[in-house]
Design a binder for this molecule. Structure first.
Ligand SMILES: [Zn+2]
Length: 467
């Protein structure tokens, strides 16, 4: 079975060039200049031909931060691995890396097994896992080594959420030391949760229970402080550090300083921090609850810094932190008390389109767009060169992206299993037209034509960006 993708502009993180792409089975067999003898012979022999005229042919995107079926505050994020990966595919994402969770008092192994059970046989696209370590002890430290061998080489720790996922500085240092010895990357939720809990209690005591107080009780200074502390701890331990969902300039400044002195520190931001703001949290009624996530949305001026960070590679990756909770009955758990609103914003379907608006606006280049949504996540999380580029031998995860397709985001038309859109009514230009996952067409002309369970587990290697 061969598929010829003909007439498009291939865009890797190195830039665009015209090329026809031959797919043989699950992998890319070759690229050829349009009209060359190779391209002409492929046109005669290919089993099927996809007309890519007018589209960008890009490596399938990788969302390195999702939470499918995640427990939070007595409820679960509503996308299953089946619905969430299908929605991802609609948006041009062909791999996700989800977070398996070690519950307090449990082993890493039991958390890992629980996430395998949720995902196996249900995913429309390929999937891998990071591991959340919420109970640092000698057993879980030993288990980290085993998970690295199994292809789970990234561990997330929390400086936020005391009593749930929180680790203190000593525990964080221990996990970082272990990562320094086994090659793993430590991912950090960097907000000072101990101080935040004080501010939350004070706000609630004053009767400030509306969603907008979610932002004022989690000030950007406490993200900057935690980011600084995480970087220094990683420096002491000699471990690579990846700051998840960076939202604020105070945190970015810390990352810039660390990278400038050559430390292995990386950071991702998310579309919600580039396109939404605390003004959305302050929308009337209980509307603001739709925008509750942590770190919280910031004032709009931070967006300028975040786009600059993406341009300068101080922010390396855009992930979604997709964590959908319905407005009805789930977000509503926090009516009158913002601290009870499940934290999370749906977004796995819209990341490529949203960041492409940055290309349209001149914020980042076309090549950089591919880099932050696909190539760098592949390199950061041990999937390169199998994923993240269009080249012979790579998996045939390919998106034919129509840069001129205009459409409007809405809960009425999106494919995520959630009853609202954080981007309701937003008009965008650019859309995935055809999506291949390891050589199989999974999305064509707005239809899902794949099969649940065709996605495979990704056994990942170590971080390929260390210096
Ligand atoms: Zn998250």
């Amino acid at each position: 079975m061969t598929v010829l993708i003909k007439g498009g502009t291939v865009v890797n993180s190195s830039g665009p060039f015209p090329a026809d792409v031959l797919v043989d089975g699950a992998t890319i067999a070759g690229l050829a200049a349009p009209g060359s003898s190779a391209a002409l012979s492929w046109a005669e022999s290919a089993t099927t031909t996809l007309d890519a005229t007018g589209t960008y042919v890009i490596p399938g995107a990788i969302d390195a931060h999702t939470h499918m079926e995640m427990p939070f505050g007595g409820t679960f994020s509503v996308d299953t691995f089946e619905t969430g990966t299908r929605a991802a595919a609609f948006g041009g994402t062909t791999s996700i890396i989800d977070f398996a969770i070690q519950a307090k008092g449990q082993s890493l192994r039991s958390g890992m097994d629980a996430w395998f059970a949720k995902a196996e046989g249900h995913c429309a696209i390929d999937y891998g896992f990071h591991m959340i370590v919420s109970d640092v002890n000698s057993q879980s430290l030993d288990e980290m080594d085993l998970l690295v061998d199994e292809g789970v080489a990234s561990f997330k720790l929390f400086m936020a959420y005391p009593g749930v996922f929180y680790s203190n500085d000593g525990e964080i240092l221990l996990a970082m030391q272990r990562a320094a010895s086994n090659g793993a990357t430590i991912m950090m939720h960097a907000e000072n949760g101990i101080a935040i809990d004080v501010l939350v209690a004070q706000a609630l005591a004053r009767g400030e229970g509306d969603p907008r107080f979610h932002a004022s009780t989690r000030p950007s200074l406490l993200e900057g402080e935690a980011t600084h502390r995480a970087i220094q701890l990683a420096r002491v331990a000699g471990a690579p550090l990846y700051i998840v969902h960076l939202s604020a300039r105070e945190a970015l400044d810390q990352v810039v300083g660390a990278r400038d002195r050559g430390q292995n520190v990386f950071a991702e931001t998310c579309p919600q921090y580039l396109f939404l703001s605390e003004a959305d949290l302050a929308r009337g009624g209980f509307e603001g609850s739709k925008f509750v996530c942590s770190p919280p949305l910031r004032d709009e001026t931070h967006q300028i810094d975040l786009w600059r960070g993406l341009r300068t590679d101080d922010l390396s990756v855009v992930s979604t932190d997709h964590c959908p909770f319905c407005f009805k009955e789930q977000k509503e758990l926090g009516v009158g008390n913002f601290s009870k609103i499940p934290n999370g914003i749906p977004g796995v379907e819209h990341r490529l389109d949203l960041i492409f608006q940055g290309v349209n606006a001149g914020e980042i280049s076309l090549a950089r767009w591919v880099d932050v949504v696909s190539t760098t996540p592949a390199r950061m999380f041990g999937l390169f060169p199998r994923k993240g580029l269009i080249a012979p031998g790579a998996d045939a995860d390919i998106v034919l992206y129509d840069p001129n397709a205009a459409h409007t985001f809405s809960a009425a038309t999106h494919h995520m299993n959630v009853d609202y859109s954080a981007y309701e009514g937003m008009k965008v230009t650019g859309k995935a037209k055809t999506v291949l996952s390891r050589g199989r067409v999974v999305i064509d002309k707005d239809q899902y034509v794949g099969a649940p369970g065709s996605g495979s587990f990704l056994k990942r290697g170590l971080n390929g960006l260390l210096r």
